[in-house]
Design a protein around this ligand. Structure first.
Ligand SMILES: [Zn+2]
Ligand SMILES: [Zn+2]
Length: 128
């Protein structure tokens, strides 16, 4: 699949039997519906970072954020600013319900003290 943000290709990575798609160029991550919750649950996000080669630097900033297109269905992604975590903007596909996280955003989500609230939020967002 084509990366949502750059010219790179998405390559499947397996984390605790969950298959995710990650861009080899910009290190962004694509989550199909419910995969993000699966990864946030039971602290699985901690298993993702070693697969990343330790690059957890947050590269996205609100000022230069571009949503891009859904790797699955090519629909324009909608940038959504997190109400729980300041400065975190993730991208949501309005059509297939997938979620794009830029490099480092998963670690920010997973390590947030109110990670449970984030999970609840995504569960609601994806059950529509
Ligand atoms: Zn990319
Ligand atoms: Zn889509």
């Amino acid at each position: 699949m084509q990366c949502a943000k750059c010219q790179g290709r998405l390559k499947p990575i397996e984390v605790d039997h969950i298959e995710l798609d990650r861009c080899e160029e910009c290190r962004g991550l694509w989550f199909d519906p419910n995969e993000l919750n699966e990864v946030l649950q039971h602290g699985r996000y901690k298993l993702v970072e070693p697969v990343f080669g330790g690059n957890t630097r947050l590269v996205s900033a609100p000022s230069n954020h571009t949503p891009g297109a859904c790797p699955r269905c090519k629909t324009d992604l909608t940038a959504i600013e997190s109400l729980v975590i300041d400065g975190l903007i993730y991208d949501d596909c309005p059509k297939c319900g997938g979620i794009w996280l830029d490099a480092g955003e998963l670690a920010v989500l997973g390590s947030h003290p109110d990670a449970q609230a984030m999970m609840d939020f995504f569960t609601k967002a994806q059950s529509v």
